[in-house]
Design a protein around this ligand. Structure first.
Ligand SMILES: [Zn+2]
Length: 101
């Protein structure tokens, strides 16, 4: 169930460094494993933490993840994005979406 609208976390801080009022996001669309891989690559999270972060975003119990394509916007500041090479987009703008093929 994906209408293409990214979901934005209510806490307005960078997912990697917790910098407040982060206005840039990484747009990711795909199945759960895709998001977990994106968190590992773009936020440098270990796999368990990436998996836990994804579950927290979607309210899943451990070991249970949605088996559908979902779109998500992870807040990531430009400094953190530069470290991992992630392409970030200003909130409300269209930009690069890391979509699962
Ligand atoms: Zn950051």
């Amino acid at each position: 169930m994906s209408d293409g609208t990214p979901k934005v976390a209510p806490t307005e801080s960078c997912i990697a460094c917790s910098k407040a009022e982060t206005r840039t996001v990484v747009l990711v669309e795909g199945e759960a494993e895709w998001h977990i891989a994106a968190l590992m690559r773009f936020v440098s999270l270990p796999q368990a933490e990436a998996s836990g972060t994804f579950r927290a975003y979607f309210g899943c119990d451990p070991g249970i993840v949605p088996r559908v394509r979902v779109a998500c916007a992870f807040r990531l500041c430009r400094d953190c994005a530069d470290k991992t090479g992630a392409r970030v987009t200003e909130i409300g703008q269209s930009g690069i979406v890391y979509a699962q093929s």
